[in-house]
Design a protein around this ligand. Structure first.
Ligand SMILES: *Cc1c(COP(=O)(O)O)cnc(C)c1O
Length: 393
């Protein structure tokens, strides 16, 4: 290896020594309650496929249909070469589903944040950001050039204190919070946050990536959960989790959405979702609007699993959603636990720094509507055996 690249080897070695090297496993089956991982059939406790839509027969059929009609690629950036009508149809359907004036779609939730935040604020402005916000929010904030002011996690009182301290120093202020915090499964206190931001006339944005299709009536998201329609200025979401596909969305006030369409850099400098993605996302909206059955089953499964884990003596943290963190603390313990679970036929990944703070490593169990009670019981038995073996319970 040439001398100028030796640093890369040293960095990788250092990650390995700290137990922070991420060994990515290979999946050779469709998404579902069970997966083939590294050649072995295992119970899937890892994916964000909350409702089982990633391999739903109606989604697959819609994709096959649209590929025959529209082909596989969008051809170019929408603002230059024209947008396909299906992208507009999806945006219209998403706006109606979310109960907002307008919506714009992106290639991913990550790029939706990179597009949106720099459109809302610039160098003269300040952003109040929950200290546990997702990496894509943090990157979007940095790109905007605005000053980033962190407030204590899910703490509306601290938010108000920081708004008062900073109000006079900036042209505009924007508050940003995750809706569902994916590492802990807790909810932002959006009602209290809205009280504070509206009182001080500060813009409010929520990133509802893990709430879309999960919380609120029939999965309409965290704004619906708190009954804040028309009050939260802008909602970012993803179609890569409960929707089971790929893509980001930004929903809210029509003027703001039009501004993002004119100026959002990932919109004007990067090609759109493929027609296949769009057809699948449209079908996800159909399925969510048709019935709450999948969302209801997801919650029933999540509540059962969390209650049983607590009975076994595990610490499942602060979760208010089907996301179930199993708090272990040490990163190497979490890795060993995950390995033992895999030997027991359960695929549940350990999360360590930088995904979660140092000393707060955990296994995160992602419950899905596709799990049967029998699946959940198998998972619980494996957790009990490994927990005893590693003296966690
Ligand atoms: C997963 C996630 C994203 C990224 O979404 P993708 O569509 O996978 O790019 C953005 N924000 C939050 C809060 C997320 O959890």
């Amino acid at each position: 290896m040439s001398h100028r690249l030796v640093w890369a080897e040293e960095e990788l070695q250092s990650l390995k020594e700290k137990g922070l090297f991420n060994q990515i496993r290979t999946i050779s089956s469709p998404q579902g309650a069970w997966l083939v991982v590294d050649g072995k059939k295992v119970l899937n406790f890892c994916s964000n496929n909350y409702l089982g839509l990633a391999n739903h027969p109606k989604m697959v059929a819609a994709v096959k249909g649209i590929v025959d009609k529209y082909g596989v690629g969008p051809g170019a950036v929408r603002s230059i070469a024209g947008t396909m009508d299906v992208h507009l149809e999806l945006e219209d359907r998403l706006a109606k589903f979310k109960g907002v004036e307008a919506c714009i779609s992106f290639q991913s939730g990550f790029s939706a944040n990179l597009a949106t935040i720099p459109c809302l604020v610039g160098k003269e402005d300040g952003i109040l950001s929950d200290e546990l916000n997702h990496a894509s929010i943090i990157d979007g904030c940095r790109l905007s050039g605005a000053t980033i002011i962190r407030f204590n996690h899910a703490d509306a009182e601290d938010l108000e204190k920081k708004i008062i301290e900073n109000k006079e120093n900036y042209r505009r202020l924007l508050t940003i919070t995750d809706g569902v915090f994916s590492m802990d499964g807790d909810l932002a206190p959006l009602d209290k946050i809205y009280e504070v931001t509206s009182k001080h006339d500060v813009m409010l944005m929520v990133d509802d990536a893990h709430g879309e299709g999960v919380v609120g009536k029939g999965g309409r998201g965290i704004v619906d959960h708190f009954g804040l329609h028309g009050k939260v200025d802008i909602e970012v979401g993803t179609m890569s989790k409960a929707f089971g596909v790929m893509g980001g969305m930004v929903a809210g006030n029509a003027k703001l959405i039009e501004w993002i369409r004119q100026r959002g850099r990932p919109f004007i400098f990067s090609s759109a979702l493929t027609p296949a993605d769009v057809a699948a996302c449209l079908t996800a909206v159909d399925l969510l609007e048709e019935s709450t059955e999948l969302v209801d089953r997801l919650w029933k499964n999540g509540n059962y699993f969390k209650a049983e884990m607590k009975k076994l003596g595990f610490d499942t943290g602060l979760s208010q959603t089907p996301i179930t963190p199993v708090m272990l603390g040490d990163a190497n313990l979490a890795k060993d636990f995950s390995k033992e679970l895999f030997n027991e036929g359960v695929f549940a990944m350990a999360l360590g720094f930088p995904t979660v703070p140092i000393g707060k490593a955990r296994i995160r169990v992602m419950i899905s509507a596709t799990h049967s009670k029998n699946d959940l019981d198998k998972g619980l038995q494996a957790f009990e055996r490994v927990g005893r073996k590693l003296k966690v319970i």
